[in-house]
Design a protein around this ligand. Sequence first.
Ligand SMILES: [Zn+2]
Ligand SMILES: [Zn+2]
Length: 379
Amino acid sequence: MANDYYGTLGVRRDASQDEIKKAYRRLARELHPDVNPDPATQERFKEITQAYEVLSDPNKRQMYDLGADPFGGAGAGAGAGGFGAGFPFSDIMDAFFGAAGGGQRGPRSRARRGRNATIRVELDLKETAFGTTRELVVDTAVLCEVCSGAGTAPGTHPDTCDMCSGRGEISQVTRSFLGQVMTSRPCPQCGGFGSIIRHPCQECSGDGRVRTRRTIKVRIPAGVEDGTHIQLAGEGEVGPGGGPPGDLFLEIVERPHEIFERRGDDLHCTVQIPMTAAALGTILTVETLDGAEEIDVRPGTQSGQVISMFGRGVQRLNESGRGDLLIHVNVETPNKLEPAQEELLRELAKLRGEERPPGKFAPGQQGFFSRLRDAFNGR
Ligand SMILES: [Zn+2]
Ligand SMILES: [Zn+2]
């Protein structure tokens, strides 16, 4: 005999059906995977469930008493071959579907992993460039403190489902030309959990978690940009039945800056300077992320010329160094000239021989077509 089912349940060989049932319930309460998920206990739970399955069925019990073990394996006994009929033989399953053919057997756990959540965090350029710390208020689910996630009222336990005897599934053996085939489906009474919560926790209505509002402090690294996702592992809501929490994702939304346009780690801006300053050169005070700084505009600066300020852009994400600040110069041509100014300019034009300048084409790089090409390349 491969298995001692009476010994497993701790009952005498002449125990009544009622005694067997009581013994099983008592053991199932302490050994149920929902109560005690460690592997040794689960193995023991399987054993008592198997014993109960045989001993609670008068037909199976009778055959077992005669020396046949439905779970005993192929070589369990001389008579075993003859007792195939009507038994959910484990090795029939194995023969047709492979050892793992039935998928994961046994009742499924009430505990499931919590969902991931995403929240949007709006930041301005200075915050994305240098990083920041934010306190975020999130609506989430946390473990119910009354039942610690079990979902049962204090002092109560889930009852073993009597329809599936705690197995979470209903098996059916059918005959086919191949022999016997066992099919299983989730138990409709307990939903596959193998147990039923008759006294749910009042606090969480049996869900094992309660909804709440939580404030978390998050550190946002320098260099994030619009659309960056930051994963905060385990900061999502806890799962039903005390399952582990999901992750919280922060989606960065960068507010456009009124002066700077960000392209990668570089910043671009445009300054307007008068025609005279562009011709004579000047020193400009410009605003940067690090405060006001002076830049040198060389005499003869052209409209469209770019002045680079190295390392005045955005901090590179997870790297050292910063991007650049690129200042595009726009030369303003004066309009509404006063008579005296117009006279001066005419004088200048005469001195430079520019009273009737030829319509020279600009070099290729500054032409219309290259600007069109740049637009296509997203520059
Ligand atoms: Zn609860
Ligand atoms: Zn059931």
